[in-house]
Design a protein around this ligand. Structure first.
Ligand code: 2M8
Ligand code: MG
Length: 254
């Protein structure tokens, strides 16, 4: 097996950011040497901080599939283009069409802390973007569709996050997962892929897994996966890390 997991609302509780209820399942996976790959919209700095709390050093996927970092080799693989170019395009569109939005690059660390509700040190990690820019849209809904087309003309995509829209290149959590599964495929033996997620931006990753675990999200929308022959889909009854624990124990012990 190999496990790919979303963080907020999946491995981490939405409110406390704790993974504690998933600890028994994490221990079980560790005893079986099953890699657990964190796959999130967060930055590498944020994920590294979380990974150090989990005492694990597997590769990790950041910014919705835009980057993969491998702590063992100290390398970062990037899908798409760079962050500075994203900000340049955003500035250009703002000047040309007068779009109303605020991006993380518009804010000082203090303003970022205020808007996200994160403590200053965590806000600084969230602001260390390398491949995607979260923006707060302050304009109308129909102008958002025009904005999306303007971005597409520059090779950029717009993806719904929790609170923000994420402007990024052609990357996604599923593509980055597939890239890593290949590196874990030895002698044509592809590991069984377990993916866990709770939100719309996890859908592609869940659809591509052998075992998809849809973690119950009391505040979120219901994720429906198209039926695929041979794929096992598990919906947890518990939310966040408790659901994570429930599903992994069930998979490993059957
Ligand atoms: C951003 O992501 C969240 C979750 O999807 C959102 O869009 O609401 C991310 O950029 C992340 O790096 C950051 O920690 C979070 C802070 O609320 O916002
Ligand atoms: Mg989530």
């Amino acid at each position: 097996y190999i496990v790919f997991t979303d963080l907020d609302g999946t491995l981490l509780d939405h409110h406390s950011y704790s993974h504690a209820p998933a600890q028994p399942a994490l221990n079980l996976l560790e005893s079986l040497d099953v890699p657990v790959i964190l796959n999130s919209s967060k930055t590498l700095q944020e994920i590294e901080h979380i990974a150090s709390g989990l005492h694990q050093s597997y590769p990790r996927i950041a910014e919705n599939g835009s980057l993969i970092a491998n702590p063992d080799t100290d390398t970062v693989h990037t899908f798409g283009g760079d962050y500075e170019r994203i900000c340049e395009v955003l500035e250009g569109l703002r000047t040309q069409y007068g779009y109303q939005f605020k991006g993380f690059h518009d804010w000082t660390p203090e303003q970022l802390a205020k808007d996200t509700g994160l403590p200053l040190d965590a806000a600084i990690r969230a602001g260390a973007r390398e491949g995607s820019e979260p923006i707060r849209w302050l304009d109308t809904d129909d102008r958002l569709e025009r904005f999306r087309e303007n971005l597409a003309a520059e090779g950029l995509t717009l993806n719904r996050g929790g609170r923000y829209w994420h402007v990024m290149w052609q990357a996604d959590k599923a593509q980055a997962m597939e890239y890593l599964v290949k590196t874990y495929t030895v002698d044509n033996q592809r590991p069984i892929v377990i993916a866990l997620g709770d939100g719309p931006n996890d859908k592609n990753m869940l659809a591509a897994a052998d075992i998809a675990v849809i973690v119950y999200n009391p505040d979120g929308v219901v994720i429906d996966l198209p039926h695929r022959e041979g794929q096992q889909v598990i919906r947890t009854t518990l939310a966040g890390p408790s659901g994570w624990n429930e599903a992994i124990q069930q998979i490993i012990n059957t």
